[in-house]
Design a protein around this ligand. Structure first.
Ligand code: UD1
Length: 419
């Protein structure tokens, strides 16, 4: 198991290329199950979550080839039951349910594991499948969905914490091969949902409204192979923007979509960072002094829950009192105890972190608890005095392609140690 050691104090300067989006690539790879023909997906990031998904596809019987970010999948024949050993490692494996149900009218996966950020139920996914005519059974830790035929329906996927991203993906992937029209109300508006829909449309699906709250799908009889390039990872990009705010002089993110980053750019600009952008790049200059912020996480286009931990790290070192309320996963504060071990002054009041900025954090041995929490600890270490040692680095490798190499390319001093 690797650990990462961050030597604090080095300034970041220069440019970094952002990878393809993990959260787009995962459902898009699952969607290749919908056709017997080959699909070619490019800009697939090299991450352990992607590796799990490709292993699941292979175990289901697909031919999978991968070469430098390009993945080819041919799902000529597929099994309908995914192996527990791999599925349990990644919650997003649940998104094979929709395409298998659409194609084979049957699918079984074990109930998801993955990130430790609250209960993370899949009731809304299952509600959607039931509306399309599927029966749902939970037995022996598995969930099985089964339908003699799928019929289009009107479905509302809004839950008490907003809509569901993978739930919207799942229902959309089942509905593309259902008979008739499906209307998904309360759909997730995330760019990753739109990216999946664009891929499905290239495969022959008929979908309108992806990226808005109402998606309308006209079922078709079958889909064909297609090629698709995954969109840039807005969370990796946001993480590097915050890294630049914490420790940067002037940092440019290349190959990004600035429109997808507005919810992160706006508060940083409000805090006093100088941010400019072109069609596919964003530059942050960390001039002058910076203000505290009051933020709340919300579904897209709001401030993303996947950026909350990293922003906590920045605000822990920003003068004044800041507050971040977590509305999407109210228990997602595992990083707070670790940041406090580094000297941060953060008080949790229900689902709100009240952060009183301190001048300096000090390096300490800390434990990564989930993907974004680990990123926050790396970012905090960039400016902390001395050495920050982050254990359980496998969490970070689930979602960041060579974060240590990329930050070192900007001037950070990070070592990866094999233990
Ligand atoms: C996706 C992202 C994850 C991100 C999250 C919210 C992927 C692979 N992961 O996760 O990085 O943090 O969106 O932006 O794309 N909920 C229910 N019932 C359900 C499903 C969800 O109550 O059936 C709740 C969740 O517990 C949570 C909220 O809805 O409180 C949003 O979750 P959801 O959008 O489903 O997250 P994921 O799609 O799993």
């Amino acid at each position: 198991m690797d650990k990462i050691i961050v030597h604090g104090g080095a300034a970041l300067n220069g440019s970094v290329r952002i990878s393809g989006s993990k959260n787009s690539a995962l459902p898009i790879l699952a969607a290749t199950l919908l056709t017997k023909e080959p699909c070619v997906i490019s800009r697939v990031p090299d991450l352990s979550d992607i590796h799990y998904m490709l292993t699941i596809l292979s175990e289901l019987g697909c031919e999978v080839e991968r070469a430098s970010g390009i993945v080819t999948v041919k799902a000529e024949k597929v099994l309908t039951e995914a192996p527990y050993d791999i599925v349990r490692k990644m919650r997003a494996s649940v998104c094979i349910l929709g395409p298998l149900l659409g194609r084979e009218k049957e699918a079984t996966v074990s109930l998801p594991g993955g990130c430790v950020i609250g209960d993370r139920p899949i009731d809304l996914h299952l509600r959607g499948f039931e509306a399309l005519g599927a029966a749902v059974r939970v037995q022996g830790g598995n969930v099985k969905v089964l339908a003699p035929e799928l019929k289009g329906a009107t479905i509302n996927l809004r839950g008490k914490f907003g809509s569901t991203v993978l739930g919207t993906d799942n229902v959309m992937m089942a509905a593309v091969l259902a008979e008739g029209t499906t209307v998904i109300d309360g759909a997730a508006e995330e760019p990753e949902v739109e990216d999946l829909a664009n891929f499905l449309i290239k495969m022959g699906a008929r979908i309108e409204g992806a990226g808005t709250r109402r998606i309308i799908i006209e079922g078709v009889k079958e889909l064909h192979g297609a090629e698709h390039e995954v969109i840039p990872d807005r969370i990796e990009a946001g993480t590097f923007l915050v890294a630049a705010a914490i420790a940067g002089k002037e940092v440019t993110l290349k190959r990004v979509d600035p429109a997808h980053l507005q919810a992160v750019i706006e508060p940083l600009a409000h805090a006093g960072y100088e941010i400019s952008n072109g069609k596919d790049y964003v530059t942050l200059k960390a001039n002058g002094s910076h203000k505290s912020l009051t933020l709340e996480t919300l579904p897209y286009p709001g401030f993303p829950t996947d950026m909350q931990a990293q922003m906590c790290a920045l605000l822990a070192m920003t003068n004044g009192v800041s507050a971040i309320t977590e509305n999407v996963f109210p228990q997602r504060f595992m990083h707070v105890a670790e940041l406090k071990r580094m000297g941060a002054n953060i008080e949790l009041q229900g689902a709100t972190a009240v952060i009183t900025g301190v001048d300096r954090l000090s390096g300490a041995p800390v434990m990564a608890s989930d993907l974004r929490a680990s990123a926050a600890l790396v970012l905090a270490g960039l400016k902390a005095d001395g050495m920050t040692e982050i254990n359980r680095v496998y969490h970070i490798d689930r979602g960041y392609e060579s974060i240590d190499d990329k930050l070192n390319g900007l001037g950070a001093q990070i070592e990866r140690v094999k233990i």
